[in-house]
Ligand binder design. Sequence first.
Ligand code: MG
Ligand code: MG
Length: 252
Amino acid sequence: MRQANLLVGRTLAEIARMIKPGVTTRQIDQLADTFIRDHGAIPTFKGFPNSEGIPFPASVCTSVNEQVVHGVPTDTPLKEGDIVSVDCGTLLNGYNGDSCYTFCVGEVAPEVRQLLKTTKESLYLGIQAALAGRRIGDIGYAVQHHCESHSYGVVRELCGHGIGREMHEDPMVPNYGRRGNGQQIKNGLCIAIEPMITMGSREIGILSDGWTIVTRDGKPAAHFEHTIAIHNGKADILSSFEEVEQIEGKLY
Ligand code: MG
Ligand code: MG
């Protein structure tokens, strides 16, 4: 699982190198698809069916500005000041990787950078709360408490998940919750934690493509995701932002 997740991290780093104004999300998707297949893996999102059986048409989800998650790549060029989350999944040697990073396109407004910073912080707070003997609700509580203390919205309808041989396994890992609630966390549990955080209201809608989730108020949303394994009582992060953060020079 670490190999699949590190490949996701390397794919996100390739994307970090190409993101700038004028690049299209379809170009990002094409680069990711080629890079993943060149490394002997399968981009798991391609053709993945939603609840209505509509297959996802691309190899990564690219969600721009008010798009929260599951954005479908298009030929519209990114412009200065946009943010774009790229969610990437790979299947390598029978195991799944899943990780997401929200990128800045050129100079981004300080209040939007703050949204990204807080969302990424909440991911790591959720990971720190994932200790053997504690419960899934402790993770959601940590994410929710941090983001709501900054007056951001925490999307309720979508959540993290178990992961392993399948991309989505039990348990569900909500980004909200109460301490001490939910399934107990044990050594060997592998989960994806993925806060989806909005600058305004947490109300969401879906576009007519059947996939793209957007904020109802049109305000920006951020999404960061790591896959972790509980090992020796605490979280071992299997995916990696290290290379991405080197490339973007820790902008926020
Ligand atoms: Mg993902
Ligand atoms: Mg996921």
